[in-house]
Design a protein around this ligand. Structure first.
Ligand SMILES: [Ca+2]
Ligand SMILES: [Ca+2]
Length: 126
């Protein structure tokens, strides 16, 4: 599992990008506001990412997002962007995600539930 951080929503607070733990097949973006606004968050308590995550990235088949990394502001829109790599894919697929697109990616399947199925939305470029 890899973890990185940057400001994905422009509120000047660092947000978390968390890769898949082996066997989970899900990567997460946790916005800082999810911690600040969540009454379940208290010091010393273990929290499920299902509770605090703002976005979940789901992969196809039995793959998982082993590697994640912030890459600065690639599209110069003022928000940090990131790459998530799909492990065990035959072509070494990776996705470059513009943080500004997160709400649109979430809504792409008709539900704004925080779940993003990248394999249904975009095809990797490399
Ligand atoms: Ca932020
Ligand atoms: Ca950006």
């Amino acid at each position: 599992m890899t973890i990185d951080s940057a400001d994905f929503d422009g509120d000047d607070r660092a947000d978390l990008l968390i890769g898949s733990k082996y066997g989970t097949r899900v990567a997460y973006v946790v916005l800082a506001s999810a911690f600040i606004d969540n009454a379940q968050v208290t010091a010393g308590r273990t929290l499920s990412l299902d509770v605090v995550s703002s976005y979940e990235f789901h992969t196809a088949n039995n793959n998982y997002f082993r590697t994640v990394a912030t890459v600065g502001d690639v599209d110069s829109d003022g928000l940090a962007d990131f790459i998530i790599g799909e492990y065990l894919s035959y072509s070494g697929e990776a996705y470059l995600v513009s943080a500004a697109d997160l709400p649109h990616l979430d809504a792409a399947d008709g539900q704004t539930d925080g779940k993003i199925y990248l394999f249904n939305i975009v095809r990797p470029r490399w």
